[in-house]
Design a protein around this ligand. Structure first.
Ligand code: ADP
Ligand code: MG
Length: 598
């Protein structure tokens, strides 16, 4: 923040000049230049680090973590403006150094070594003095096991208490009356609820960054959350976001790429959020937002999650200090991994396949017993007996034995781990989508000449934009040419099993909706791409959806087998291209529990 000029300076009451007072005879009104009193300077500097109560919590807990604490407890009252207390069992501060710890630029964490190699969270020596400038600060600390430590209180930067105090090894920092001497900050602070929410978020991030430390947050004496210090990221994630996550988290990695080690946990497709608030990245023990990396992750998980939804995710990344570019800004630390592209691509792929291969889990208990009986109604005769052939073996799915079709829309399969239901429409969609998406690979589009070219009749308004897309379409395998006037000819299209005649899709022949292909191609020329979506992406999703076999269509065994076979060869056999689930799993254990077989 710049204090010399800019709109902020006028709004800052410490300057004692109201913007409005500068109107009229400016030179007559202009106060003389003077050097600001030291206390004012200190408060201004403090403003860069201590923006709100949550900043105090962050700085103090980071100090505890730097001090090697195994357990840290935070107490907050009055939204943090009345009281913030952070107690730890770390190394403590020797009594002789208590006063020094509150001086500006005094730190025990830099011993002349390279700034770029610091592994501690703090190193600027500014947090305690900044807090002391805007609040009453009390430190009670002991650096040995003698049972006696020292208490020191600073008010307005002056030591008002300095005396021995009972204390086991560790430090307790108490901050009272935050911002009482900085009216602008006080006024800018939100309601207690808002500040508590910010503090909660700060604490959750710290807890995920330090899963090996027990962290507790109490608000007005009530425990808000607590971690066990298990060291396990999955456990920590459940502890900070709630028990509802248990059973839905999938491990990621560990993975080694470009000298960087990464591992983590991601929520399954049934566990998504409308915002990015639970996407966490921790680099070398510090919760950070590496923009480039996050963007790559999002591109990767977009196709396997419903539109606009984001995963619950925690990623821990360990990199050699010289592999991390730390931009040391006083208020926040921006971090960039040098191998961002490689790491982002690898992690993205890992997240995408992990989510994409996970069948939907039953969240509701199965209805069994009386509740499972449907209202009396006739069940149609099984159209296609039982499948006599062996299991369907694919790389993406467990070996599955086809049981049959249910309600003309679901395929029922049996695997080593229980029962599976597959949505026939979405399965076909996934197959078609991947076929289209890979059609523009290096070998060029694998397209087939249509037995008879299809005529595309355009409206006058569509002609120009359609003509502009001809190259794009060709790169996808759609060979279109101008026939004359407003008419185009579609001569060839990519191999799409079940939609256009193709040898491997023989079993699916005639099930898709080839007519929809033309309608989709035409329909999309009118539209511009939406946010974050290219025209091509949208075309692929739309084409796959429109041309795939519908629900309600009876299927014979060869067609069902071909669908499962094709699905098992895709990269994300559990979600459709829109990100909706297509595979449901009822595990053996679930059935056992539901039927009470044990
Ligand atoms: P920094 O963390 O950048 O060094 P701070 O102003 O936050 O600066 O803290 C100043 C110094 O006070 C630290 O370097 C550390 O030696 C000491 N200190 C602060 N908090 C604690 C704590 N909870 N336990 C042990 N030492 C602490
Ligand atoms: Mg610090």
């Amino acid at each position: 923040m710049e204090y010399e000029a800019g709109p902020d300076a006028g709004a800052y009451p410490l300057f004692g000049v109201q913007p409005g007072s500068l109107t009229g005879n400016v030179s007559a009104m202009r106060p003389p230049i003077r050097v600001l009193p030291a206390a004012t300077v200190a408060r201004i500097a403090a403003g860069e680090i201590i923006e709100r109560p949550a900043s105090v919590v962050k700085e103090l807990v980071e100090n505890s973590l730097d001090a090697g604490a195994r357990s840290v407890r935070v107490d907050v009252r009055g939204g943090g403006l009345t009281l913030i207390r952070v107690g730890d069992d770390g190394t403590g501060i020797p009594p002789a150094e208590l006063r020094l710890a509150c001086e500006r630029h005094a730190t025990s964490k830099l011993d002349g070594s390279d700034l770029g190699l610091v592994r501690t969270l703090g190193f600027r020596g500014e947090a305690l003095p900044s807090v002391a400038a805007v609040a009453e600060l009390t430190l009670v600390s002991a650096a040995d096991d003698g049972g006696v430590g020292r208490r020191m209180t600073l008010r307005d930067g002056e030591v008002v208490v300095d005396e021995p105090a009972p204390r086991t090894r560790g430090t307790t920092v108490t901050v009272r009356h935050l911002f009482q001497n900085v009216p602008a900050r006080l006024a800018a602070s939100g309601r207690a609820q808002t500040e508590i929410a910010q503090i909660g978020q700060t604490m959750r991030r710290l807890a995920l960054a330090a899963p090996h430390v027990r962290l507790a947050l109490a608000v007005e004496g009530r425990l808000l959350f607590q971690t066990s210090g298990s060291g396990d990221l999955e456990t920590a994630l459940i502890e900070v976001y709630g028990q509802a996550l248990a059973g839905s988290l999938l491990p990621l990695g560990p993975l080694e790429v470009a000298g960087v080690r990464a591992w983590g946990v991601v929520g399954g497709p049934e566990l998504t959020r409308p915002g990015r608030g639970q996407v966490n990245t921790v680099v070398n023990g510090r919760w950070v937002q590496p923009r480039g990396l996050l963007a790559l992750l999002e591109v990767a998980y977009r196709p396997v999650l419903p539109r606009g939804r984001h995963p619950v995710l925690a990623l821990a990344i360990e990199a050699a200090p010289d592999q991390v570019d730390i931009n040391i800004h006083p208020a926040k630390l921006e971090v960039r991994l040098l191998a961002e592209r490689a790491v982002g691509a690898a992690l993205g792929e890992l997240v995408r396949t992990t989510i994409g291969q996970r069948p939907l889990l039953l969240r509701q208990p199965l209805a069994t017993g009386l509740a499972a009986l449907p209202p009396p109604m006739a069940i149609g005769e099984t159209r296609a007996g039982y499948d006599e052939q062996g299991p369907i073996v694919t790389p993406g799915l467990p070996p599955l034995r086809l049981v049959g079709q249910v309600q003309d829309r679901l395929l029922m399969l049996e695997g080593p781990e229980g029962l599976y239901l597959v949505d026939q429409h979405r399965a076909h969609e996934r197959i078609l989508f991947e076929r289209l998406a890979t059609a523009h690979g290096e070998s060029g589009p694998e397209s087939v000449a249509l037995p008879e070219p299809l005529l595309l009749e355009l409206r006058p308004a569509q002609v120009a934009s359609f003509a502009r897309r001809l190259d794009d379409l060709a790169s996808l395998g759609f060979e279109c040419e101008v026939f004359g006037g407003r008419t185009f000819l579609l001569r060839a299209a990519p191999v799409l099993p079940g939609v256009l005649p193709s040898p491997e899709g023989a079993a699916l022949a005639g099930l898709g909706q080839p007519d929809e292909m033309v309608a989709t191609l035409l329909g999309l020329t009118d539209e511009e791409a939406g946010e974050g979506e290219s025209w091509r992406d949208r075309l692929l999703v739309r084409l796959a959806c429109r041309t795939a076999v519908r629900r309600g269509r009876p299927l014979d065994h060869p067609a069902m087998r071909a669908l499962v076979e094709g699905l098992g060869h895709t990269s994300a056999p559990a979600v459709c291209p829109h990100g909706s689930p297509l595979l449901m799993h009822m595990s053996g254990t679930l059935l056992e529990r539901q039927f009470d077989w044990r």
